[in-house]
Design a protein around this ligand. Structure first.
Ligand SMILES: NC(=O)C1=CN([C@@H]2O[C@H](COP(=O)(O)OP(=O)(O)OC[C@H]3O[C@@H](n4cnc5c(N)ncnc54)[C@H](OP(=O)(O)O)[C@@H]3O)[C@@H](O)[C@H]2O)C=CC1
Ligand SMILES: CC(=O)N[C@@H](CCC(=O)OP(=O)(O)O)C(=O)O
Length: 342
């Protein structure tokens, strides 16, 4: 049997990294050879994540592109945006393939990145080479990519929910309303006032109304899906924080171009995702509990007073981050997309 391929986890102390490591430990084709953290005391992975005890024996190192390239063919970056683009060029120069979980390589236009993220992009060449890692839409482009821009969690939910309607030109392109909710792990492991328990427990609030950075990402990808069909897609995206650990739920309202029929739409979704093992088009109203701890996106569609309402959910840390990252790895390795994920 071929020896496993070495992979590195950069930013190993965070939530997305923890989920990624748990999935990769089940993968027969890879071995985690390096994990990095900025922490001086070189923590063991099971000290950072007690759930990994007796499952992996690895001590974190500080980031060193040469050392990663010696031991790994792939690096997963589970870093905040800006931190990723600081290390990607060094890894790519050393021929390490990169799957970046941050937002740094998702927007193709550096000016749009600057407008929404508030600082200039420092790796414009890398931006030009990145492939958006949503396998359900870009499965053919992923196998040959050197740099994957893994999608955001709200974005995956929203794009998967809208892509069939946009691809078939069934809805008005502007004024699509995405009312989305996220569990608190979506904000990462570093404590912040808004995610402090007494602040968010038993509370429900919207944030970043009209200015959330996932808005241009959703617009960009859906406009690509709509290629050649006229005007750009422009969504109204409103995120909310809900007092649960994990899960994203989006309720999406769109205006059909012609009278819509519910069972025809369900048939369309089923046929659009027929070859996508991780999208479940269901008849019932989905719930975050049913997709939690899985790599599935559950969705359904209704017609209400002439409007199309799509309801979609997924686990932000798995289908919204680490699970889709492993889907991308599987496609790059040429092994079944479901490997380690079911
Ligand atoms: N949480 C989620 O649901 C989702 C997250 N993402 C994205 O995935 C990435 C990781 O997210 P998540 O695991 O939640 O984040 P966390 O905050 O939990 O972890 C990020 C890790 O990166 C390291 N880090 C922080 N700042 C820097 C820096 N300036 N330079 C280098 N390393 C740094 C830290 O490790 P240390 O201090 O040990 O060095 C930290 O543990 C982010 O870009 C996030 O936006 C994407 C989709 C969903
Ligand atoms: C609840 C919460 O705070 N969620 C995060 C989104 C997490 C995510 O997908 O972030 P990236 O696009 O950086 O990968 C937010 O709203 O910024």
């Amino acid at each position: 049997m071929a020896s496993p391929i070495g992979v590195a986890i950069v930013g190993a102390s965070g939530y997305a990294a923890r989920e990624l490591i748990q999935i990769l430990l089940k993968h027969p084709g890879v071995k985690i050879t390096t994990a990095t953290s900025r922490q001086d005391e070189a923590p063991r992975l099971d000290a950072l994540h007690p759930s990994l005890a007796k499952r992996i024996d690895l001590t974190c190192e500080t980031f060193d592109a040469d050392r990663i390239a010696e031991k790994a063919a792939f690096a997963f970056l589970a870093l905040p945006h800006t931190a990723s683009m600081a290390v990607v060029p060094a890894l790519r120069e050393r021929n390490v393939k990169v799957i970046d979980l941050s937002a740094d390589y998702r927007l193709t236009d550096p000016q749009v990145y600057e407008d929404w993220y508030g600082h200039a992009h420092t790796d414009v060449a890398g931006l030009g080479s990145a492939v958006y890692g949503l396998p359900e839409l870009f499965r053919d482009r992923i196998p040959t990519a050197g740099l994957i821009a893994n999608p955001g969690c709200y974005t995956s939910t929203s794009i998967l929910a809208l892509a069939p309607l946009v691809a078939e030109n069934l809805i008005e392109r502007t004024g699509v309303v995405i009312d989305a909710k996220s569990g608190v792990s979506g904000a990462g492991r570093s404590p912040k006032l808004t995610t402090h328990f007494p602040e968010c427990n038993e509370s429900f609030s919207a944030y970043s109304v009209g200015r959330h950075r996932h808005t241009p990402e959703i617009d960009q990808i859906l406009t690509t899906v709509a290629a050649g069909q006229g005007e750009a897609v422009e969504v109204i995206f409103t995120p909310h924080l809900v007092p649960m650990d994990r899960g994203i739920f989006a309720t999406i309202y769109a205006v059909p171009r012609q009278a819509a029929v519910e069972h025809d739409l369900l048939d369309l979704y089923r046929s659009f995702y027929a070859d996508s093992p991780f999208v479940r088009v269901v008849n019932h109203l989905p719930a975050t509990k049913d997709s939690a701890y899985t790599n599935y996106c559950d969705l359904t569609v209704r017609v209400v007073r002439g409007r199309i309402v799509v309801l979609a959910c997924l686990d932000n840390l798995i289908k919204g981050a680490s699970g889709v990252a492993v889907q991308n790895l599987n496609l790059m390795l040429g092994c079944p997309e479901e490997t380690a994920l079911i």
